[in-house]
Write a protein that binds this ligand. Sequence first.
Ligand code: TRP
Ligand code: ZN
Length: 883
Amino acid sequence: MRTDTGQIVHLADYRPTDFVLERVDLTFELDPQATRLESRLIFHRREGVDASAPLVLDGDELVLTELRLDQNEMPASQYDLSPDQLVIRDLPGSEPFEVTVITTINPEANTQLMGLYRTNGVYCTQCEAEGFRRITYFPDRPDVLAPYTVTIIADKAANPVLLSNGNFLGGGNYDEGRHFAAWFDPFPKPSYLFALVAGDLGVVEDTFITMSEREVALKIYVEHGKEDRAAYAMDALKRSMKWDEEVFGREYDLNIFMIVAVSDFNMGAMENKGLNVFNDKYVLADPETATDQDYANIEAIIAHEYFHNWTGNRITCRDWFQLCLKEGLTVYRDHEFSADQRSRAVKRIAEVRHLKAEQFQEDGGPLAHPVRPTAYREINNFYTTTVYEKGSEVTRMIATILGKDGFKKGMDLYFERHDGEAATVEDFVKSFEDANSVDLKQFSLWYHQAGTPLVTASGIYDAVAKTFTLSLEQMIPATPGQSTKQPMHIPLSYALIQDNGALLDAPKVSGGQVTGDVLHLTEKAQVFVFENVPTRPVLSLNRSFSAPINLDFKQSTEDLVRIARHDTDLFARWQALTDLALPNLLQAAKDAREGKAISCDPVFISTLLEAAADEALEPAFRAQALALPSEADIARELGSNIDPDAIHKGRQAILKAIAESGQSVFERLFNTMKPEGAFSPDAASAGKRALRNSALGYLAYVTGGTERAAKAFADADNMTDMVQALTVLAHRFPEDAATAEALATFVKRFENNPLVLDKWFALQATIPGGDTLNRVNALMEHPLYVATNPNRVRSLVGSLAFANPTAFNRADGEGYRLLGAQVTQIDPRNPQLAARLLTAMRSWRALDASRADHARAALLEIDRAPKLSTDVRDLIERMLKDS
Ligand code: TRP
Ligand code: ZN
């Protein structure tokens, strides 16, 4: 299964390797340009495999230095070699044998950030998904598991810290100023979980006592001088370890758990066994430099990578088609963790906002694919929001369908059956089936059918019979390669809200399976009848977003107001407020496009302001209510012929109308919502800051907005408030002298802090309007712009492309050309980063005709580049297909 050739890999072609890998012994002699790796692999031929079958090892741009079989130099006639593959013939029938592969690697020349590379003078590895083959020839696939011994030899002065997976065996001085360290990882693992880090790093240490009272050393490695900023990450780690014991019964297994923060990293973080490597953005935080969102992200990602120790490492994936087995499940686990640590409802609202903005968009365009795909050309392109976030939603639905105890039973059986194995999605589902004696065959379609189901609902109340009849119908749109679909099992949480606002208690329902407050829609069309309903009820459906669907349910303003006021499910209240906002925003976009006056329903405004002012509601919830659907959300609702300028203009008018009606509410919130005492990143304090800053944002639409924001910026004593005030200034008053002054003050104060500089670039890249393209071009020439640092590129180019609809979609197509130029420029250095940026164009077909033409032209221009990576080529072809 070679994947770096651009050939398509099919799930149906899976078969186990011919040779079983028993042990791995690696010795690295580190050198910035010429690292020598001696890899000793013990194999035996799998039972039943033909004696003539050769051993095939994967490589990627490798240079072989030496090759031995059982310690004897291998004759050249015994193997075939290329930079991408090593094939060895004439190997023993059933006896174990040892292959020694010596490769020479140049970490400094590795700009892809896959394999062994250097970041700020530190040696670091990234092996998922297929990076290990850039280090040595190896059966680089997740179903090849072995224990690893790793010895690292390096210059002692430059590299006092030498780390790898597992437990520390020992170390000492070597020759010529060099020293060594040896590590042993007893838990069999696939190569993608291998890690090595070496360099001169500071460390923060702590300990954790596990549920069986073993002491685990905890170490977080950061650049010298940044130790104080790792305190929150350490705290989050200890809370994660405790939570996994309490909620999933999972105990940590090694004597030591390490995290290393690096500044050049393609993704968020990596769960290498016992040695997680993190993008430093998700480790470092203090009140002066980190926002509340940063703290929340750190908590979530620290938890995510830690939770992988069981869901991903102890039980790994048989092949990369099973990626959701570890990612969807682990996202579900980190979501649940954050919900328990913070406010469950507010967490759910944020998750759903993200799911709809990212995954629903992916699912509705040319890159749509099932949670468990059946073919890929470049696996790096399948680390998607569908695999991660929809994968998590599918896991959540299993929990909803089976209930808390049933879900726990299934998880326990999964751990019991598959610990130490490389498993499949089928194994996972079967554990839930067997533990609960249920059939999840229809439910499994969620793994196999792409596309966001559309559920249409309508209800009729019969005042004589006292019945409420609910008709539901499901439709799953066609997606690439899947034109027809089967009806799915869709669990819908519901409530019937009575005139007095109370929920009808456990009504009798017929028409299909109902468990507790969940209706199970399993047919294409289905009718549920509720009996003994005294008065016409208001139906609240898909509460807590129990299923990841689009819901088409025409409800009157009064009904939505009733839900917004009375549902006991806070998520449903937020959803109702959103459903009240959307028609106003859609109409405003239409009116803006036609040059008509824009108006806003006063009932919506008063209901929103009532929620904003409601002291009984937590401030974080009120802030979420005030954050109206985004321009991208409105575009998704429109679906086609999208004019981002009209959407922006209409939305601005609605915001202004709300600000004018609610000025006194917003002034009061701005003046009172200040957390007491010293800064604390806890959820309640963060919620108050969010609500206060939301008020500041609305007040920018009434007189005195600039002065108020400038003062808020000057008064800010934490990064959340400072960035929010600066964003209000830059986004609302980009040409004002106060804005220029604040931007200059900010960059001067934080010029030595890369993570804060990222915010400075990002907030300028997201200033609405076409002029921002000029600003972005100028910022690319700024001395502080670092075109080789992924975080910096994402903060400028990524923010423009993903988070600035009006600038990116400028009518003359210049935004698409800018992105295209960046993609072709970055691709030769770092294909993963280039490909990720390119996905910003995944919804190009939904644009109005003129913009779509410009977008297609920009894609074709990339397509014409002389040499494209498989990553970019794969995306371009899928995005242009059938056009
Ligand atoms: N497995 C990582 C996670 O926790 C994802 C990841 C990190 C990754 N680095 C990567 C995936 C590089 C592909 C390439 O989700
Ligand atoms: Zn993950």
